[in-house]
Write a protein that binds this ligand. Structure first.
Ligand code: PMP
Length: 373
């Protein structure tokens, strides 16, 4: 029950256990093509947006967005809600960008007004934000951030590693430019794929860059390959993680299987995550435990970041493990000794027994810790 990598569905596990395919095998080409098409639905992206499926982790997807969109010397605003926003800022600095951060106390998120102000301070190329920061459990209001950036004709990049497939994100309707994730979170796959969708505007920006990204993460190297696969033609630039792509088709199809209309299926998926998050929040309330996010509106539906009870510390994670459930310790540098994290995204939300078992283990460990004080 950590916030990724997570347990996967039986279907995904069976697909990942099949004989590895060649990257140009007709059935692999079909799996890749179908996955690219399904990504547009899961991302709620338009037909002109371009999905990319590349071997790597979420950090590689972040690197791809950074290098393909930002030229050295350009100003970028980072909405900082924790550990992974810090990572984005550092990456942008290494790209040579002039990084301005709009931050809040851990557990909080800057409001759209503060972000708008930062965008207006100096000419800015792009806005980067972490949709759900896994270190704090804080979810930003991505729709509002897209609005302030669109009004100013600035590109938006959202790190959806802990959100995509679990939280509402409407790439086309909100006019977002890049939404990126990794396979091991709410998408429900094993780790190993970097997944992102780029808008037509984002690709245009890449074409205008005079300082190209490293070859392995250059959209222009990958674009002909993705186009070919979607047209069901074999292609090669660098070998894809064929076994994971094979499983990805199954995972995305499972996500979209809730309804014949993909948009309705995604609404159902997001609602199911919200419902499970409510179940967990009710349990934390019952135990009188506080969340790291300072308000329910900021609390992600994909994980809970929960403060330890007074007088109790990281030993609680071990006590929960002794009761048969693995949760994660804190991660934010400023308060990691003061809270733990429980992932509730992907296939686990369809497993009430596991959810109840997790809540029972945490509850029992908390009660035992309190009674030992
Ligand atoms: N961003 C967020 C929000 C994350 O949660 C993570 C991983 N936990 C990353 C980026 C980095 O992804 P990866 O570990 O797959 O490189």
């Amino acid at each position: 029950m950590i916030p990724g990598p997570l347990e996967v569905s039986d279907g995904v596990r069976a697909a990942a256990a099949e004989v590895p395919r060649r990257h140009v095998a007709p059935d692999l080409v079909e799996a890749m093509g179908a996955s690219l098409e399904a990504m547009r639905h899961v991302w709620r992206a338009g037909n002109e947006a371009q999905p990319f499926i590349v071997a790597g982790s979420g950090t590689l997807a972040m690197e791809m967005a950074t290098w393909n969109l930002v030229a050295p010397g350009e100003r970028v605003v980072v909405v900082n809600t924790g550990f992974f926003s810090d990572r984005a800022a550092e990456m942008l600095r290494r790209r040579g960008a002039n990084v301005a951060q709009v931050s809040a106390e851990p557990g909080d998120a800057p409001g759209a007004d503060a972000v708008a102000q930062a965008l207006d301070d100096h000419p800015t190329a792009a806005l980067f934000a972490t949709h759900v920061d896994t270190s704090t459990g804080v979810r930003v209001d991505a729709e509002a951030l897209c609005r302030v950036a669109s009004e100013r004709d600035m590109l938006t990049v959202f790190d959806g590693v802990c959100a995509t497939g679990g939280e509402r994100f409407e790439m086309e309707a909100w006019n977002a430019d890049v939404y990126l994730t990794a396979s091991q979170k709410a998408i429900g796959l094993p780790a190993g794929l970097a997944l992102l969708v780029a808008s037509a505007r984002a690709l245009k920006r890449r074409r205008a860059l005079t300082s190209p990204p490293p070859m392995a993460i250059d959209w222009l190297e990958w674009l002909p390959v993705m186009t070919a696969y979607e047209e069901r033609r074999p292609a090669y630039f660098a070998t894809p993680a064929t076994t994971l792509v094979w499983a990805l088709r199954t995972g995305l199809a499972e996500i979209l299987s809730a309804d014949t209309d993909p948009a309705t299926a995604m609404d159902a998926r997001v609602a199911a995550h919200a419902e499970v998050a409510q179940t967990f929040r009710a349990a934390w309330r019952e135990l009188e435990l506080d969340l790291v996010p300072v308000s329910e509106a900021l609390a992600a539906n994909t994980l809970s970041a929960v403060r330890y009870p007074d007088g109790v510390g990281q030993e609680l994670v071990g006590a929960i493990k002794e009761r048969g459930v693995v949760v994660a310790p804190g991660l934010h540098p400023q308060l990691k000794e003061r809270y733990f994290r429980v992932g509730h995204m992907g296939d686990v939300i369809t497993r009430p027994t596991d959810i109840n078992r997790c809540i029972a283990a945490v509850s029992d460990a908390v009660r035992a810790a309190r009674s030992g004080l």
